[in-house]
Design a protein around this ligand. Sequence first.
Ligand code: HPA
Length: 304
Amino acid sequence: MLPGAMVEGAQGAELTGMNEYDRVREAAEFLQARLGGAAPRVGIVLGSGLNAAARAVENAVVVPYREIPHFPQSTVEGHAGQFVAGLLDGAPVVLLQGRVHLYEGYAPHEVVFPVRVQGLLGVRAVVLTNAAGGIAEGLRVGQLALLTDHINLMGSNPLTGLNEPRFATRPGAGLRFFDMTETYSKRLRTLAQAAAREEGFALEEGVYLATPGPSFETPAEIRAFRALGASLVGMSTVPEAIAARHMGLEVLGISCVTNLAAGLGTTPLSHEEVQETGRRVEARFASLLKRLAPRIAALLDAQP
Ligand code: HPA
């Protein structure tokens, strides 16, 4: 049995022909057979241009998404599209190098398919990373920021449809209605702040607002988002955070401020700028993740 599969025999939801849970499980079982070895403790999702962390994985087993049953394919430049398992400074991790987004035409449940696979592989926590536009005053391009909370303006939720309790990985998870008060784990944020300090920099903190994209925002939208309390804006992460919390996984969210949001900077926004900033900070980002992953794994083992 997969380590993350806790609830056996529960009635599943027939979402679309073949049951979604069975599809996720098939992908997870396929990967588990390829990986062998230690059960992963931490899942990581790498955002646009933040690929260096994948190269820091030791004893890496790399599986292209196209080889994994039912796995959605990334169509965005800067998203490699491969699953990487191995060790980050000794901690067993599974890493998604490249994600899929709503703006590519994927349905919300397809967008969260990969993170659900990580959950069924047995991870207890996921680190969701992204490129984001900076809205809050004082945020500078190239800074890294922890998500303290989010605002979902995507107009969709990945849990729409019948509830599927078999996605629960711990008692009390997998509910139809569940609490989102601490979506982004406070204790993991504390660990991340300490790790960043040791790396010689400070992590900003802020509320991430998600839009469906793919167009960047207008300056009027950014003014509105600021009034709503958003510090960061992007087109990802929120569906995965919701699905991860449904499974009972702990979530850490990290944004790389790749640009100032629309109307706040002096140059037009572009995907090239997003990727270029990502490349500039990816080494620092990788060092942070390498320092952080074993601590997250140790904390989860000591205090599940
Ligand atoms: N807006 C939305 N998504 C983004 C941005 C932005 O300014 N930068 C990187 N991803």
